[in-house]
Design a protein around this ligand. Structure first.
Ligand SMILES: [Zn+2]
Length: 425
């Protein structure tokens, strides 16, 4: 692994970083495309899941948990079986051959969420209903194409489905787009442009073209409401990139291979196929509109992208070790231990490293891509201070230990960089 920050270094590779930093492992016995999240990776993933949950709750989403398996008939009804059977794991027959249920690992979470909506009747007054789940879904990728965290067989997606009236579509789409952009801001991941993914003349698109046109204009309207132009984000139309059930807005990054990191999709097809309805103000029953929104993205993909963007040194709130505490001598050990405990008591991830020469421990901390490290020697014991080095922002200085705890606690709570005092050293 290269030392961080050297501009002549080649672009970091998340697979190399993932191995060196203990983020994830793979094992042929488990199978390719099935990464094992190690403790450091699990910290990152838990933080990402919390961000996804916070944003979803802030937008009025409620949580659900649904199974990763479903009957083949469920996906036949949704249209996934016809479109994606080749990318799905083979169906499992359960029970007597004649009466067996064919169960499949889900290729998408939408049908399960549709069934949650369908589990009771709804009035127009209670819409929109927004269901959020950090949900695993599956792709039967061939062994030859799976790689690292970017092409995997189990994808853990921050997935929300909104069920709303037609007059609510505009607001819902705008809110979803705003939150997707906000999530990427918090992650520090620049978005290159927003793609309006449309149908072309090809076969395979389901639903009434008039509804497609309506949905497309709602998406255009939302892009204008959110102020993409003011953010310097172009809106690029892409015929042939729509989902089979409707048009969508995709947040795109151009990196090595261009990819979609978040998405908002309007869907008139699933409500029709599953007969998802609400009782209207007019006393009639109406089909609901479904909106698919992916805000933070898939845990695997976003972790890979973050590792590469930050060369493994994650921002404070994501970093597995937020502060490494280094006592200079045996005499400083108890003070360093107390300081570490006070950080842990505030919910911070701090670790004490008392073994070896100070130079070697500092090197090790930098190599491990800890967020920051703190040195405590004789002078620091005397005046209750600590020497902090924050390689992420380049800040270095001494400050009272309590102040350091307060600054780190506040930055962690806000998912921001620590506000170190201006007069360092
Ligand atoms: Zn969906």
């Amino acid at each position: 692994m290269k030392s961080p920050g050297n501009p002549s270094d080649p672009k970091p590779d998340h697979r190399e970083l993932g191995r060196a930093l203990g983020i994830y492992a793979t094992d042929p016995l488990v199978g390719s495309g099935l990464p094992l999240w190690l403790p450091a990776g699990s910290v990152i993933r838990t933080e990402l899941e919390q961000l996804a949950r916070d944003i979803a709750r802030g937008d009025g989403c409620v949580g659900v948990h649904t199974p990763v398996l479903g009957k083949r008939a469920l996906f036949e009804k949704s249209g996934h079986w016809a479109k994606f059977a080749d990318d799905m794991f083979p169906a499992m027959a359960l029970g007597d051959e004649a009466t067996a249920d064919q169960l499949v690992l889900r290729p998408a979470n939408c049908p399960h969420h549709a069934m949650v909506y369908a589990s009771r009747a709804h009035s127009y007054r209670e819409l929109p209903i927004r269901l959020n789940e950090l949900a695993p879904m599956f792709r039967a990728e061939r062994s030859g194409v799976v790689t690292g965290l970017t092409r995997v067989r189990q994808i853990s997606l921050d997935d929300t489905h909104v069920f709303c009236r037609p007059d609510q579509v505009g607001d819902e789409v705008a809110s979803a787009l705003r939150s997707a952009l906000h999530a990427q801001d918090v992650l520090g991941m620049p978005v290159d442009y927003v793609r309006l993914s449309l149908r072309d003349d090809g076969p395979g698109y389901l639903g009434d073209p008039a509804l497609w046109a309506e949905a497309t204009s709602a998406l255009r309207q939302a892009a204008a409401t959110v102020g993409l132009r003011e953010r310097g984000l172009p809106l690029v139309e892409a015929p042939g990139e729509a989902a089979f059930y409707g048009p969508k807005l995709d947040l795109q990054v151009r990196g090595g291979a261009e990819e979609t990191i978040a998405t908002v999709q309007i869907d008139f097809v699933q409500p029709e196929r599953f007969d998802l309805r609400y009782d209207g103000a007019d006393g009639e029953s109406h089909l609901v509109v479904m909106i698919h929104r992916g805000t933070v993205g898939s845990m695997e993909r976003v972790t890979a992208a973050l590792l590469e963007r930050y060369d493994g040194r994650m921002p404070l709130w994501l970093n597995p070790v937020q502060l490494r505490v280094l006592p200079v001598s045996d005499k400083a050990d108890p003070v360093a231990r107390d300081f570490t405990d006070s950080l842990i008591a505030r919910g911070l991830r701090a670790e004490l490293d008392p073994e070896g020469s100070l130079g070697a421990r500092i090197r090790r901390s930098r190599e491990r891509r800890d967020y920051a490290f703190a040195v405590i020697g004789a002078a620091e014991i005397r005046d209750g201070s600590v020497q902090v080095t924050d390689p992420f922002t380049g800040w270095r200085g001494a400050l009272p230990r309590e102040r350091a705890v307060a600054i780190l606690t506040e930055a962690y709570a806000e998912r921001s960089a620590p506000a170190w005092p201006p007069c360092a050293e």
